[in-house]
Write a protein that binds this ligand. Structure first.
Ligand code: NAD
Length: 444
């Protein structure tokens, strides 16, 4: 199914710009849904696929848009816009997180749900892709209010989700607490026990060991594989991490503790802290837990802006915050040799082009942060079997999936002389989704 380049034969790495007439891509795209569609389009240049089928691969099957009306603590009524996008179910039930953030938009949720489809395909787990979000700044609401808002969302989601239909999970500003509320609401309304309706739960509610660490762990594993592939050692490599939540802080900790890399800078929405002699990732996390921010950490020699962090002269850069962290202009200033995308969509397509030209090796989000959904899959398997694994087994299985996926991308990247690793990831993933769709046929 994989064809040669768009004109004839396999496109050469050095000829990549020929695809984009007049460097059209240099007109910056920051709508994540447009970025997703461009990424799929880039891969489709190597795949025999009809335009009509391609349209299907680039657009969600359905999007639920709703308004949640919830009584607030002061007796007033709050109304919150919420979305759930079910992008593609050819390979299995829709799967993907739920984000609470004031910047959530319909297009962002659509993009994130599409990235889930191709992420699940890259690591070859039997899911399609979905994503949800509520437009809210959770810091402005009490725990009781957040519980009512989450349960109201679960009521809206109930007809669309289920362990064989659509399985939500945590994302930015949601975690075990929100997952437990959604599971409880669903099970109460359905009068059943169905822990596999949602993943990322607390262990006592049917969660999996290793799930909390999984996204950071796959970030660490893919960084290790990338350095090895490039013939460089990661021990002692300097690292900057943008975003110090679940993905970023755990990636930093594991890069240091398991691979001996040196974390020199980390940031969150408050700003960045830097020490060329190295930061202690656990101590920075403890400081953030205590004060709510990485800023002010006493082991730092300097405070930086986020932009300064992204352009530090380090060996490895890990964007682990939100989309569009690096655009085409900033990409020209990046000094890292390797970027591992713990966040979803941190590079715009223009940034990708610049970094490809500059020979910066980028491990794309749909592989780098796929540990989260891979261990969610293990959680779902354990829920269905009512048989729970040790953390050691979870981590071993995760490593096997991630390393095999990385090796599969290397094979595709080299065989077809693709311009970059992201295109290799999409060629592999789109091809798998397409095969499933073709094997399934169409009805009516
Ligand atoms: P989180 O809420 O735990 O952490 C997000 C972090 O980013 C926070 O420290 C926040 O302060 C920081 N941040 C926000 N805006 C910033 C900015 N402009 N500059 C610097 N820092 C900023 O969220 P998370 O779960 O760690 O998710 C982070 C990214 O990883 C998202 O793109 C998410 O989609 C992706 N991801 C997460 C998982 C998971 O299992 N948690 C799985 C796959 C992908």
């Amino acid at each position: 199914m994989i064809a040669g380049g768009p004109e004839s034969g396999v496109q050469k790495y050095t000829n990549v710009k020929r695809w984009f007439p007049d460097n059209e891509r240099m007109s910056e795209k920051t709508n994540p849904f447009e970025s997703l569609q461009e990424q799929i389009g880039d891969a489709a240049a190597y795949i025999d696929v009809d335009d009509s089928v391609l349209e299907r691969l680039k657009n969600p099957e359905r999007v639920l848009e709703t308004n949640l009306s919830v009584e607030l603590d002061d007796g007033s009524m709050g109304v919150f816009r919420a979305y759930r996008s079910q992008f593609n179910g050819d390979r299995g039930p829709y799967k993907g997180g739920i984000r609470y953030h004031p910047g959530v938009t319909r297009d962002e949720v659509k993009a994130l749900s599409g990235w889930m489809v191709y992420k699940c395909a890259v690591v070859d787990i039997p899911y399609g892709g979905g994503k949800g979000g509520i437009v809210i700044d959770p810091r402005e609401y009490s725990a009781d209010e957040l519980e009512r808002i989450t349960r109201a969302f679960a009521v809206e989601l109930r007809p669309f989700i289920g362990e064989d239909r659509d399985i939500p999970a945590p994302d930015v500003n949601t975690g075990q607490r929100e997952m437990n509320w959604i599971k409880d609401t669903y099970e109460t309304l359905e009068n059943t026990t169905e822990p596999g309706v949602i993943t990322g739960k607390a262990i006592d509610s049917g969660g999996s060991r290793g799930r909390v660490e999984a996204t950071g762990r796959s970030t660490m594993l893919t960084a290790r594989e990338a350095f090895e592939y490039l013939g460089e050692g990661i021990e002692g490599a300097t690292v900057a991490v943008q975003g110090y939540g679940n993905a970023g802080s755990i990636a930093a900790r594991l890069l240091e503790s398991e691979l001996g890399a040196e974390i020199v800078a980390v940031s969150d929405s408050s700003g960045a802290v830097y020490n060329p002699e190295g930061l202690d990732p656990e101590a920075v996390k403890a400081h953030k837990n205590e004060t709510g921010a990485v800023s002010g950490y006493e082991g730092a020699s300097e405070e930086l802006t986020n932009e300064e962090l992204l352009t530090l002269d380090v060996d490895l850069l890990v964007p682990a915050a939100l989309e569009n962290a690096i655009d085409g202009d900033l990409a020209r200033e990046v000094k890292a040799d390797v970027i591992v995308e713990a966040a979803n969509g941190p590079l715009t397509p223009a940034a990708d082009d610049v970094l490809t030209d500059r020979d910066v090796f980028v491990v794309p989000d749909i592989l780098a942060n796929a540990g989260g959904v891979t261990v969610s899959y293990f959680e779902w398997v354990q829920n269905r079997q009512r048989f729970y694994w040790t953390e050691e087994r979870v981590n071993e299985e995760l490593e096997r999936h991630i390393v095999e996926a990385f090796e599969g991308l290397v094979d595709c990247y080299e065989t077809f002389e693709l311009p970059n690793f992201r295109t290799a990831a999409y060629v592999v993933a789109v091809n798998r989704v397409l095969s499933a769709a073709e094997e399934g046929g169409s009805w009516p």
